[in-house]
Design a protein around this ligand. Structure first.
Ligand code: NAP
Length: 287
């Protein structure tokens, strides 16, 4: 039987409407309008699309948003100075530097320069440490979006075999941590994992974030499993596809996210949630 399709676009739409309502309430009650600043360095076309989408999503949610475009030859000192200014700006509650940065810039130093309370990507070491201990203000947007999808779909995590394929700092590792906090039994796989299919076939919940088009095939999953595809790969014909081979996996899985229209729309949604959280914290300090 074909799997149930998890409609990330619909769930993102409903969640964004709820965030917009809460943002409007915050502004009415405290005068604080949540504000996000996105810095983009250089002219990478994919990054420009992501940044435009973030700005549009902010505006649709009734939030203030600014995009700061800096040239590709921006120096580390110039970028740091820009972050310094945004740190002091009371209208800005969230600061995001679009990654990747041009090679001559030190990404880790840039992330560390963003004050943790405005770090709406949740990449600052202080925030990643908090995620580890389960006491956090912000969650990284993509893993948080996956958790929201699972919650919305009523998928129980406690006691389930959860397998995360990919161990990046922005997706795989925090994803594993969130599933663990939700009482899943979690296994993390990576490029050195031996017999990957043997591990993925154990998963009741499989989250794949590796960046390889159509890599996970139907024979690698357990019948009835929940399959969450984080991957976003551009094929030669410019079409977007996931890390999961949808055609074969959707015949075996119980529920599956499509690409596009699955995890992608949830990532920006959770950025809005984090910006609202940051604004609420700033508002409570003012009272
Ligand atoms: P990344 O930093 O490149 O990490 C990829 C991970 O996959 C690494 O841990 C790597 O293992 C592992 N891997 C690579 N090949 C593998 C293989 N053959 N078998 C098992 N593991 C393998 O990637 P990322 O930033 O996490 O992104 C992953 C994918 O998610 C990309 O397609 C990206 O575009 C997408 N993404 C989507 C969203 C969204 O909003 N939907 C957000 C972020 C990322 P090693 O550590 O051993 O090298």
């Amino acid at each position: 039987m074909a799997a149930r399709i998890i409609d990330g676009k619909k769930i993102a739409g409903l969640t964004r409407a709820d965030i917009a309502a809460r943002a409007a309430r915050l502004e009415a009650e405290t005068g604080v309008k949540p504000g996000l600043a996105v810095i983009i360095v250089g002219d990478d076309p994919a990054s420009q699309v992501y940044v435009r989408n973030k700005k549009r999503a902010c505006e649709e949610a009734g939030m203030y948003s600014v995009v700061i475009e800096m040239p590709a030859d921006t120096t580390q000192a110039e970028l740091m100075e820009q972050i310094e200014q945004l740190k002091k700006d009371e209208k800005i509650h969230g600061i995001l530097v679009q990654l990747p940065l041009p090679k001559h810039l030190d990404e880790d130093a840039v992330i560390a320069a963003i004050p943790p309370e405005k770090d709406v990507d949740a990449f600052h070491p202080a925030n990643t440490g908090k995620i580890m201990i389960g006491d956090y203000d912000f969650l990284p947007c993509t893993p948080a979006g996956v958790m929201k999808l699972l919650e919305y779909e009523g998928i129980e995590i406690a006691g389930k075999e959860c397998v995360v394929v990919g161990r990046s700092n922005i997706v795989g590792k925090p994803q594993a941590m969130l599933l663990l906090h939700a009482n899943g039994t979690v296994t993390v796989c990576h490029s050195k994992t031996k017999d990957l299919a043997e591990v993925t076939r154990r998963a009741d919940i499989l989250v794949v974030a590796i960046g390889r088009a159509n890599f996970i095939t139907g024979d690698m999953i357990k019948p009835g499993a929940v399959v969450i595809d984080v991957g976003m790969n551009r094929l030669e014909d410019k079409k977007l596809c996931g890390d999961v081979d949808f055609a074969s996996c959707s015949q075996v899985a119980g529920a599956i996210t499509p690409v596009p229209g699955g995890v992608g729309p949830m990532t920006i949604t959770m950025l809005l949630e984090n910006t609202l959280t940051a604004a609420k914290k700033a508002a409570s300090k003012k009272l």
